[in-house]
Structures are given as C-alpha cells and as structure tokens.
Ligand binder design. Structure first.
Ligand code: FAD
Length: 659
C-alpha cells in the first residue's frame, strides 16, 4: 500500500448535518482553515427535521439567510387540541397561538431539513470563498489525541485517518427496495447495527485511499450513532421507552377540518397523532403505533413497520374523519428515548455536538434546533481560539453551557412524550389516563421552552456574575447569560429603522452596546465623553484585541441613544470612537442608533423593552453569539476591561495587538 497522504488543518468537522454545517458556517464567517467530511454521498433532499424555532431564525439572520427560510417555509400560527368527548369521539377542545406572542420578531416555521442544509451550504460557500466544501463519501477510521500537546496553542494534536468510500458504500440503503418514496429508517434509532464498522472493515480491503489529517480541533457532529463519540470512549446515558411512532410526509385528501393547523390529537383508545402543516401542500403526521411493541431486547422490529401500517394507525386515530393520500414524500419510524452524553469534549480538543450528545423524540421539534445551537455556541469559541484571539480557557464553557440545555431538553421531552403517548383520562378518577388539562398546560409551558429563547448561560468567564440587584436594574430586559432581545431603533445618520439584533452579525466579534441615554443633557454628555475617552485609550480592549478578517478588531462598539433624532447630530454629539473615521471610507455611519419614532414602522420603544433608564443609559457587552455577557454603568470601564481580559487575548498596546 502507498503511504497515506498527510496534511494539517485548524478544524476538522465530522458530519455535515445541521450541527456540522453550523460549525462550518462559523469557520467560514471567521476565516478559519477547515475541512468537513460526511460519510453519505448526498445531502438530505426530503423528510427528517422540519421545525424551526424563533431562536434558530434569529441565528440564521445573524448568518444572513433567515429571509430564505422565512419565505419558503410554512408558518405555524395556531395549535388546535383534539380530544375525545364523553361519547369517545374526537372533537376540538382548544386553540392556542403556536408561538407565544411578542417573544421574538420571528415565529415558528416548518421547512424540511434538506432546504435548511442547502441554505447553509450556500452561506458557507459565500463566506469561505469556496474554501470550505463538504467532502462526501469520506469516513473517519481512527482518531488519536497527543495528550502531551493539548495545551500547546500552535500544535495539531489530533490525528484522524480518513478514508474515501465508493459510491455504493456511501449510499444509504432504503427499507423498501425499489420504492420511489424515500424513507429515513437508515437514520432512525430503530437501526441497531453500527454500519460504520462494517464500512470501515470493507473499505480497509482497498489499499491506498486513506489520508491522515492533523487537526488543532475536531468537532464530532456525526449524529445519534456518532463514530467520534465511540472513538473517544464516551457514551449516551438514558433509556428507550416502549413508545413507537411513525412519521409520514403526505399530501392528504381528507375531511378533517384542521388539517392546515398544527394539531395534537388524543383518541380514546387508538393512540395519539400530531399534524404539522408543511410547505408545498404537504402535511407531516406523527403517528403513535400502538400495535408495534418492542421485543424482549427492548427494540422494535423495523421490518414490521411499513407506510401501510403507519397510515392505518393514523386513519383509526382520526376516525370518524376520513383521510387518504396519493402522494407520500417520505416516511420513517422511531422509538422514543432520551439520552445525554457522558462527556461533551476530550481535552478541549475534540468536541461532540448535536445528536451525538443528546437524543430524544422528534415530535417536540427540538433536535435540529438544539443541535445547531450547540455548534452556534461552540463554533465561534473554537474559531477565536484557533486564530489566537481568545484563550483556550474559554473552551470548557461549551460543555458547562450546553450540557444544561441538553439536560433540560431531555427532561422536557420525557414529560412531553409521556403526556403525548398516554391514553386520555376518562374522568378525574381515571388515574392511569393523562389529564387533558395537564397536557394543555405542559404544551403551553413547552412552547416557551421550545422557542429556544429561555436558554440562560450560567456565570463563567464569558458571562459575568451579576454585580448585585442594582446592576440588574440597569438593563432589566437584558438578563445576563440570555440572548440579546430585539427592538426597532433608527439609524442616526439615515433614519432607517432596524431591528437592533440585525446589527449583531455572526462575524466573531464581541460587541459593546453603549446605551448613551439623553446625550443632549450636558451632564450625560460628559459621562458619555469620559466613557469614550477610557475605551479609546491605547491599552483598552478596543485597541488591544486581535483582528478578524478585513482588519476588524474583535470588539465593536454600537450606540443607542434616547434623545430626539432631529435634535442630535452624529458628528457633533457623538465622540469619534462611536463612529470611527477611515482614511479611505470616511466616517462609519452604521454604528449609532436612536430610540425614536420612525416614519413608516412606528416606535420600537427600545429603552423600555431593554429596561434601560432613558436619561442615564448603561453599557452592555454582548458575545459573538448574541448572549449578554456583562452589564454595567458608564463609569465601570475597569470592570469591562476585566471582562474582556477573561475572554480575549489582549496585547499590551494598540501596535502589539496587530496580528
Ligand atoms: P444528523 O442530522 O444526524 O447529521 C449527522 C451527519 O453525520 C449525517 O449527515 C451523517 O451522514 C453524518 N455521519 C454519521 N456518521 C458519520 C461518520 N462516521 N463519518 C462521517 N459522517 C458521518 N429536529 C427539530 O429540530 N425539529 C423537528 O421538527 C424534527 N423533526 C424530526 C423528525 C424526524 C422524523 C427525525 C428522525 C428527526 C427530527 N428532528 C427534528 C431531529 C433532527 O433531525 C436531529 O436532531 C438533527 O438532524 C440533528 O442534527 P445533527 O447534525 O446533530 O445530526
């Protein structure tokens, strides 16, 4: 055999599902040398995950493609609950809004995973200048970490052997051979065999097609049966339940009146069903399969699950309404179980994300969202560390921040799945049945959780400890560790309204948001001036942090003031550091905003929404992933500097910092 080819790369991503693509997007936006490999020879074209929660859309917007998803998707507006009446016949018992009103500028939408992966691929191509491309049909075979080098910032301590598969090896087998309808059984948890092991064994027989990659960091995003997790010797802990569900994407022909609403349907004796109205006339049905039960080993026999059996169950649950279909786009089945990984990282060099570290039932529409949000949390940290802009000490925050989210997710899913799969109680004395009131309550609470907006990261080097009750009052609408909420403000220079979050782009930069207050008040103007002088000092974080692409420092300053727009002037009332001057481009007109009434889009009332005093303002530091890291007064620059010393590598003076 020929000697294997060897190369170095900063980041190697294993798996190009939603988690892997999100990680690759960060690397593209931050300009980090990256490879991403996937054992499958094509991306997904239909089926799989479809629900996008508000937070995921906010994240897509920060990357630059929320508009594509928003336009193409079906928008989820109302949820209808259907339960058996006293006669045992299902009837509509409640209607609630799908997304809690006022939570976000986005609402929940549905669009199949293949489109979402397409948006990512286009975005990665654009930002990496074609530098990062998914290498398909490539399988990792061996992974070793050189423990003696893990703390050396310049080292490439992770060695991964990759092998290129043949076309045939990289094509997933379909359950029903010859069928025109795609099934997702090969990705379902009903598949027990480790097909990677078989592939590795087969492909080893062919010589000379392996390659050794030395990486600074590896991110294992290779799904629920993660090879990377097994290579590290880590496990998923938790249990499977006896509940088995089928999923079908069909164009329904039916007299059921709420087929274009999201519905939770509990039948008296035939199990439960969830209706998800989708794009292009499709409807997804999640169907409880009461007649398929696991065997003594706890596993269901996947060969007994066919589209006919699944659809038959749906017809029974929906009876007396009739449902048929002529077109089925995709189908699968899964067994509900909730599991979390024993570890999320090895030596803070190899990380696991997405389904590789947490699995649960798909019905709550969380897996893809939480998986993408794992790598939205991790990607910028690795990117900044790989570029020498941030210290390695920020990396453990990935596990501490995301493990809690994963645990909350499976706890939520455990409760939700049991309520959904249980038989409705006949009356208050029916202790074994599920109370429909309890179900509705869980659904409402679940909706808040499912928005992705209540994630709160605990204090650590990236989220400052709250400096007491007084500090909390400075920006009561911007709690530490939570995502920076959005209200409309106007650009001071051109009066165009913007949702402020639109200015918090995912480019790897931290932001200092100066709520400058009423800058026309002389006393306040003096406070703003002093704050600006201090952050503009040569040794300040603003001038000593490293640079990302295009010579941009790792910290940007944005301002929102509360004086009248027409009474203030950008160049007269705001110190230069708030709208820096460039020899070639002149003043920067995109950094100062005002909380005032717009001509066409009303009044955002941002100071009220953020809970900030309109006269005195305050200062907020925001992480590259839009989470609030620090809040203080305009006089607290020393504390702000300390915050940045904890999360960035700062040079001594402005000159030293240029990399
Ligand atoms: P995956 O999407 O599983 O991606 C893993 C990738 O790694 C794949 O491309 C795979 O080919 C590749 N890979 C695997 N092993 C290797 C290897 N050894 N080497 C190289 N590459 C490898 N989530 C939601 O948020 N909303 C929903 O509405 C929703 N509905 C769902 C419906 C169904 C029926 C199912 C099955 C899931 C649903 N989910 C939903 C869950 C969602 O699909 C997953 O949580 C999500 O895809 C996880 O993303 P991931 O990137 O972690 O893993």
């Amino acid at each position: 055999a020929q000697p294997a080819q060897e190369s170095n790369v900063d980041v190697l991503i294993i798996g190009a599902g939603p988690a892997g693509l999100m990680a690759a997007a960060w690397m593209a936006h931050c300009g980090v040398s990256t490879r991403i490999v996937d054992k499958r020879n094509t991306k997904i074209f239909c089926g799989q995950a479809d629900g996008l929660q508000c937070r995921s859309l906010e994240i897509f917007d920060s990357l630059g493609f929320a508009d594509r998803a928003w336009k193409e998707a079906n928008h989820m507006i109302e949820i209808c609950m259907w339960n058996p009446g006293t006669d045992g016949v299902i009837r509509r018992s409640d209607r609630i809004p799908d997304t809690i009103v006022g939570l976000s500028r986005f609402q929940q939408i549905v669009l199949h995973q293949g489109r979402i992966e397409r948006f990512f691929l286009d975005n990665i191509k654009k930002y990496s200048g074609d530098g990062i491309q998914v290498e398909r049909g490539v399988l990792p075979e061996e992974l070793e970490i050189d423990e003696s080098k893990v703390e050396d910032a310049e080292a490439y301590p992770v060695r991964v052997t990759l092998r290129v598969l043949t076309e045939e090896e990289a094509t997933p087998e379909q359950q029903v051979s010859g069928s025109k309808v795609s099934d997702g059984i090969f990705r379902s948890n009903l598949m027990v065999g480790d097909d990677e092991d078989e592939l590795i064994r087969k492909s080893k027989a062919r010589a000379g097609e392996s390659e050794v990659v030395h990486a600074k960091y590896v991110i294992g995003c290779d799904g629920a049966r993660s090879w990377t997790r097994r290579a590290l010797g880590f496990e998923l802990q938790g249990e499977a339940t006896d509940f088995i569900w089928g999923v079908m994407d069909i164009i329904p022909i039916t007299d059921f009146p709420d087929i274009r609403m999201r519905c939770a349907i509990h039948s008296a004796d035939n199990g439960s069903l969830m209706v998800i109205p989708r794009e292009n006339g499709l409807v997804r049905l999640y169907i409880q399969l009461k007649e398929v039960t696991p065997d003594a080993s706890g596993r269901a026999d996947k060969s007994k699950i066919t589209p006919e059996i699944i659809f038959g169950a749906a017809q029974k649950i929906l009876s007396p309404y009739k449902i048929e279909y002529k077109y089925c786009d995709w189908w699968t089945a899964y067994q509900i179980g909730q599991r979390v990984g024993t570890s999320f990282a090895a030596h803070n060099r190899v990380f696991l994300a997405g389904d590789a570290v947490h699995t649960h039932s798909p019905k709550a529409g969380q897996g893809m969202n939480v998986s993408m949000q794992d790598t939205f949390n991790l990607g910028w940290k690795i990117a900044l560390v790989a570029k020498g802009i941030a210290p390695r000490s920020i990396l453990p925050t990935y596990e501490s921040e995301r493990r809690r989210v994963a645990q909350d997710l499976i706890d939520f899913d455990h409760r939700f799945a049991a309520l959904f799969s249980g038989r409705p109680a006949k009356d208050v004395m029916d202790a074994e049945g599920v109370s429909m009131e309890e179900f509705k309550d869980a659904f409402l609470k679940g909706n808040l959780f499912a928005s992705g907006l209540i994630v709160e990261y605990a204090p650590g080097c990236l989220v400052a400890e709250s400096a007491g009750e007084e500090a909390k009052k400075l920006a009561s609408g911007l709690p530490l560790g939570m995502r920076f909420n959005s209200f409309k403000v106007l650009n001071q220079a051109c009066a165009r309204p913007w949702h402020f979050q639109e200015r918090l782009k995912a480019d790897g930069r931290f932001r200092v948001v100066l709520f400058a207050g009423n800058v026309l008040n002389e006393e306040q103007k003096a406070r703003v001036k002093k704050f600006c002088e201090e952050i503009d000092a040569p040794e300040s974080f603003l001038h000593t942090s490293g640079t990302l692409g295009g010579g941009k420092r790792a910290v940007e300053v944005l301002t929102i003031h509360s004086a009248k727009r027409v009474d203030t002037e950008l160049l007269r009332d705001f110190p230069d550091v708030l709208h820096p001057f460039d020899e070639d481009k002149g003043w920067d007109y995109d950094k100062v905003f005002v909380d005032d009434v717009s001509y066409h889009e009303g009044f955002g009332d941002a100071y009220k929404g953020y809970g900030v005093d309109r006269e005195r303002g305050c200062v907020v530091a925001v992480r590259p992933d839009q989470y609030v890291g620090w809040v203080g007064e305009l006089e607290d620059v020393e504390r702000l500097q300390k915050y940045f010393e904890g999360c960035l590598v700062l040079g001594k003076t402005r000159e030293v910092a240029v990399r």
